[in-house]
Design a protein around this ligand. Structure first.
Ligand code: BGC
Length: 710
């Protein structure tokens, strides 16, 4: 390969998803071997023609690889990733990404920019919607599920697509939840929290990685040798290739880390960032950098080999073209899996007086801007999903004549501030037995560059709920949103709360089944749900501090006596106004039945280093209906050479039990699973005291057991 061709392999070009026509200069560039990959080429004929030019007319006949953001479905849209994480069901996630891969590959796509594995502890950050939430273990399990689904058993199968673990790294720690912002992450948190899911991605065989936009502790991720070379390549042995994010190399000029694009290219190349997405700094400057000995052709060869290795593994050299037959799009099987995913992702947060499920005898008023919003319920990053195929909750109820429903949206869209339609909504509420209020955020309010400083229901939704409450009818609030929503102003006004996230194509039928009790909700929160924005960041796996909260001593500011003495208030880590608890903890979610946990047991109270430990628990479904439950195992390392979190998720298992049925679950883990990245920059398990809890959520300490590691 000539030097120009090698540089060409590092170039990913494309069009913005908004541009339809394929610029003719792109064909010419492929012919000269100047492009290695494309993104967002969605016209099948264009993709075929570009590939033909590459493999028949370019100097070395190297196939192109076509990429696309296939994040939670291609045409058949599954719940947003935050919702899928709430399923705590990796099998469903794997099946969903497998379906996404088979659908996307009918358009020639062999590479997706997913999964996003950024630990997200700040719901103001719009991209929390694309994440698996706040927990490194849950995110790691989801990472494996997505990657196995996208890549299948055999990456060279024409229906498999290469995964891309992104964004490496620290993007979710953006200051203040403002997108693209600085991430300051100390060594301890970097290894013990943020890197973990990415290590899981390497172990699961993720073919590619993407760098993030942010700077990490002062060094932009796209030129960060420590993470790209020392950790990803040298320590973890990653042998796929790394792509930049959109223009993230040249944005290092804005970061003030490179004086111009040439210097940005030099710094990124020196960190071994293999492929440049959209910007052309490698193309424009690599040759000169090599001539000036600021980079070597040998190093470029390593980058090109990384890229070609994945093209070989994808089988593109043997079979560069794709089968455009697309009768599988929106197939019955795909739709039923999307429905299953939406069912398992739905989290029941409140259910006073068992108002849910709603029986057929009740007359239902369906109200709210998300009740019939086919585009919105698909959520962020759904370039290809079509609203014409979406089934909304209103559609689902209308289709079933056994339900008596009345409908009025009350507000045209989530940000609508007008009360013009309130009267009609109130009217139908009055003539019904129960109100189903579909509230939330439109899809555009979460996702990239869509951070919010307030997390309440936008527009006049709270106002309308307040008005509806005055009718005296019970209200079931169903939320469709890309993040937790602060409910302080309305929580007491509603009888039930269901979190549906943005549930995707089949969200309507899934929600109808949950609301009417055909299926019992089983989702659990993958993220702490704050009461107020001011509490953020808030995550269950925080440190204890020197002055942890003593609940009995907490005094709310409304109860502080006037002219109180300065230190009469307990002096612990809390807010005077918002207290110390979130609205709902990580792992929380109700059911229509009642599960009890009993007979907790541990294989040894004094295990030795290297042992496998088993914690068992009996789980009983005390109700009459079949239901699923996610049983969670947490641990705490009581004393460490670095302070340890007050709780860490160690294992979970989702089980299904018939009414009255019991099952004993054995959670197994090794002492290595208790390790952390310590002060000596090594992973260590320290002997000493540990606590474990088998729990319904992160704040449940009913079933606790202690052990001492010798
Ligand atoms: C996003 C990436 C995405 C890329 C390509 C960027 O703006 O940060 O997550 O994969 O665009 O669309």
């Amino acid at each position: 390969m000539s030097l120009e061709e090698k540089i060409g392999q590092t170039a990913q070009r494309g069009k913005s998803s908004r541009v339809k026509e394929l610029p003719s200069e792109l064909k010419e560039a492929v012919r000269k071997g100047e492009i290695g990959s494309f993104l967002n080429i969605m016209d099948k004929n264009d993709a075929k023609e570009l590939q033909r030019i590459a493999v028949e007319e370019s100097p070395s006949k190297i196939p192109l690889i076509f990429a696309r953001d296939v994040i939670h479905g291609f045409k058949t849209i599954f719940p947003i990733p935050l919702g899928q994480a709430a399923s705590f069901n990796p099998q469903i996630v794997k099946e969903g990404s497998r379906i996404a891969a088979t659908e996307a590959s009918t358009s020639g796509i062999r590479w997706t920019f997913a999964p996003m594995l950024d630990i997200s502890r700040d719901p103001r950050w719009g991209r929390i919607a694309e994440s698996a939430g706040e927990d490194p273990y849950l995110t790691s399990i989801m990472a494996k599920a997505y990657i196995n689904g996208f890549q299948g058993d055999d990456l060279s199968s024409p229906t498999s697509i290469a995964a891309c673990a992104k964004h490496f790294i620290g993007y979710g720690a953006a200051e203040g939840g403002r997108d693209y912002n600085t991430a300051n992450i100390n060594e301890n948190s970097l290894h013990n929290t943020y890197l973990k899911p990415f290590k899981a991605a390497v172990d699961a065989g993720s073919a590619t990685f993407m760098t993030s936009f942010n700077d990490l502790n002062g060094v932009p991720a796209s030129a960060n040798k420590y993470i790209l070379k020392d950790i990803l390549r040298d320590k973890w042995g990653f042998d796929g290739f790394v792509v930049s994010d959109w223009n993230s190399i040249i944005e290092m000029v804005n970061h003030g880390f490179a004086k111009d694009q040439k210097e940005a290219a030099k710094k990124a190349a020196n960190a071994m960032l293999d492929m440049e997405m959209t910007s052309t700094s490698y193309q424009d400057h690599m040759k000169t950098l090599i001539e000036e000995k600021k980079f070597s052709e040998n190093e470029l060869d390593v980058m090109v080999k990384n890229i070609l290795r994945i093209k070989f593994r994808l089988g593109l050299f043997d079979n560069p073209y794709f089968d455009p037959k697309d009768d599988i799009l929106y197939s019955e099987h795909h739709l039923s899996k999307a429905k299953e995913a939406a069912l398992e992702s739905t989290v029941l947060l409140k259910n006073n007086n068992n108002i849910l499920p709603i029986s057929k005898s009740k007359k239902i008023a369906i109200i709210g801007p998300l009740a019939n919003a086919p585009h919105e319920q698909l959520g962020t990053w759904t370039f290809d999903g079509e609203k014409e195929h979406t089934v909304t909750p209103l559609d689902a109820f209308k289709k079933d004549e056994s339900y008596k429903i009345l409908y009025s949206d009350g507000l045209s869209y989530s940000r609508d501030k007008s009360n013009k339609k309130f009267a009609e909504a109130i009217q139908i509420a009055r003539s019904s037995d129960v109100v189903l209020f579909f509230a939330g955020e439109e899809a555009i309010l979460s996702g990239e560059a869509h951070s919010r400083a307030n997390l309440n229901l936008p527009g006049a939704q709270e106002e309308l709920i307040n008005e509806l409450q005055k009718t005296g009818k019970p209200i079931v609030l169903v939320i469709m949103a890309g993040r937790p929503i602060t409910l302080g102003n309305i929580l007491d006004k509603v009888d039930a709360v269901v979190m549906a996230w943005h549930p995707g194509t089949m969200g309507g039928p899934a929600l109808k089944d949950i609301i009417t009790g055909v299926v019992t909700p089983s989702g659990k929160l993958p993220v702490t749900w704050p009461k107020e924005v001011g509490q953020i960041p808030m995550h269950y796996n925080h440190k204890n501090t020197g002055r942890p909260v003593i609940p009995e001593e907490f005094v709310h500011m409304d109860s502080i006596p006037i002219a109180a003495w300065q230190s009469s208030l307990g002096n612990t880590s809390h807010y005077l106004d918002a207290g110390y608890l979130p609205q709902y903890p990580f792992g929380y979610g109700l059911s229509y039945t009642n599960f009890t946990y009993s007979d907790i047991n541990i294989s040894s109270k004094t295990p030795k280093m290297g042992d496998t430990i088993t914690v068992s628990i009996k789980v009983t479904n005390n109700g009459e209906i079949k239901a699923k439950e996610t049983v969670q195992l947490y641990f705490r390392d009581m004393v460490g050479s670095l302070t340890r979190p007050i709780k860490e998720l160690l294992r979970f298992e989702k089980i299904e039990l018939a009414g009255g049925e019991s099952k004993t679950i054995d959670f197994q883990f090794s002492t290595e699973d208790l390790s952390f990245y310590g002060p000596d920059k090594k992973w260590i398990t320290e002997s000493g005291d540990f606590k474990v809890w088998v729990a319904k959520h992160a704040h449940d300490e009913t079933n606790e057991i202690e052990f001492t590691l010798e």
